[in-house]
Design a protein around this ligand. Sequence first.
Ligand code: MN
Length: 193
Amino acid sequence: MTFELPKLTYSFDALEPFIDAQTMEVHYSKHHQTYLDNFKKVLDKYPNLQDQTAEDLLKNLNSLKVEETDRKQIRNHGGGFVNHNIYWSIMGPEKKIDQELLKDIEKTFGSLDIFKEQFNKAALGLFGSGWAWLVRDEENNLEICALPNQDSPLTMGHTPILGLDVWEHAYYLKYQNKRADYINAWWNVVKII
Ligand code: MN
């Protein structure tokens, strides 16, 4: 498996004014790149793991035959790599609404607004660094969860659908301590709903 950063389908300034170009550039070129570099570095020690996808490594994280310190590295950096892949892919300057997902959200949460309210609450309530997620559980039901650090929903047996990065590096340059402003702005650039 060769692991690479996904090519962005939009430019760094395409999400302005909601997400500024400088944040996009640093986030993608430095933060995401570093997660990937560190993920690859730990996998160098385990050639037998390199034929799995990053997603499968996270799904099987707890049963991988690796040293515990390396399991933590895979959790943090493999998680960082995969989580950011999702983050870039669900955003864009133009809406590309997934109607099936939208219908399912309305059915599960009552309305899109109620869903957003609950999702925002999860994102705001997360102490420190982490992500708010919309996932599908093993029964394919939609569920909101907040996970610390770069923990992946895949490791919990869930399939990530929508992920919001609430690490300060995702918003500090433009929004400083105002996480709520970043969250509200972010919905403008979520393309799938
Ligand atoms: Mn990030």
